[in-house]
Design a binder for this molecule. Structure first.
Ligand code: C2E
Ligand code: CA
Ligand code: CA
Ligand code: CA
Length: 259
């Protein structure tokens, strides 16, 4: 059996059997962070599969399979449950306003999903306004209607909506403008570009974000130069290897200096 088929076969049991783990990557406020040190403003939950035979598998290996096999909504819900419970504990331990971002594939984002997220935030006791759902990839040429319909339901429960991968997908500012979103994340491939076209694209996005009240997060900040550039461009938050790769909960606790 080839590995694709093998992973497709194993994924159902992996979801039910607790083989999926959460890695946390910190996000920082660019207005206050000084260089590589700082206290995270939020964390993003990223999925890892501890496969019994193949070891740690990264999401690029199995998320596409999960989408094809209709397992992605279950995976996203599992990740959300685990991460929300964890961040709820950190909030109560002293990081009262720490944010949590979870990824959600647009194929799984609908009214039922919105209810599930709201229940989960509630059960975890998350401070209202601290949970963000990142919609990972946009089916071009428009944002799926199910996603658009889910936004007011999420908002009603105090959950924010972020559009992931700007500059790494076919999403344009014009597509985003009519949406009642809260945040846009700039893909690493755009963050790290220094040419005039990239500069213009990001400045236009930030100007649009200011008009609409969106937060802009720059992903893929690896160097001091990436940080300086993203700050100069007016991005609000940053995420990247300059501070930390996705890590275990224990590492985040060191950064938060709580627990
Ligand atoms: P993403 O949501 O855009 O997440 C950011 C990815 O960039 C992560 O890869 C992260 O490890 C990586 N990254 C962060 N900072 C840097 C940096 O400074 N330099 C470089 N080179 N890379 C950086 P990861 O964890 O392999 O995740 C890949 C993608 O898989 C995610 O992209 C997301 O689209 C998807 N994904 C991960 N977990 C989940 C999940 O639970 N549900 C869904 N639906 N998708 C997920
Ligand atoms: Ca993401
Ligand atoms: Ca992204
Ligand atoms: Ca991505």
């Amino acid at each position: 059996m080839d590995i694709e088929a093998e992973l497709a076969r194993d994924l159902r049991d992996a979801v039910d059997g607790g083989q999926l783990q959460v890695a946390y990557q910190p996000l920082f406020d660019l207005s206050t962070v000084r260089g590589k040190r700082g206290v995270p403003a939020a964390v993003e939950a990223l999925c890892r599969w501890l496969h019994p035979k193949h070891g740690v598998l990264m999401p690029d290996r199995f998320i596409p399979i999960a989408e094809r096999e209709n397992l992605i909504a279950d995976i996203d819900a599992r990740m959300l449950e685990t991460a929300a419970a964890q961040v709820g504990r950190w909030q109560r331990a002293g990081s009262a306003t720490l944010g949590l971002s979870v990824n959600a594939s647009p194929t799984g984002v609908d009214a039922a999903f919105a209810r599930r997220v709201a229940d989960c935030a509630d059960a975890a006791g998350l401070l209202p306004g601290t949970l963000v759902v990142e919609v990972t990839e946009t089916p071009p040429p428009q944002i799926a209607t199910a996603v658009v319909d889910a936004i007011p339901l999420l908002h009603a429960a105090g959950i924010a909506v972020s559009i992931d991968d700007f500059g790494g997908s076919e999403t344009t500012l014009t597509m985003l403008e009519p949406l009642a979103i809260d945040e846009v994340k700039i893909d690493r491939s755009l963050t790290q570009r220094t040419d005039d076209a990239a500069e213009r694209a990001i400045r236009d996005l930030v100007a649009g974000a200011v008009r609409h009240g969106w937060r802009v997060v720059a992903e893929g900040i690896e160097t001091a130069a990436d940080l300086a550039r993203s700050r100069a461009r007016g991005c609000h938050r940053g995420q990247g290897y300059l501070w930390s790769a996705p890590v275990e909960a224990r590492e985040i606790e060191r950064m938060l200096q709580v627990v």
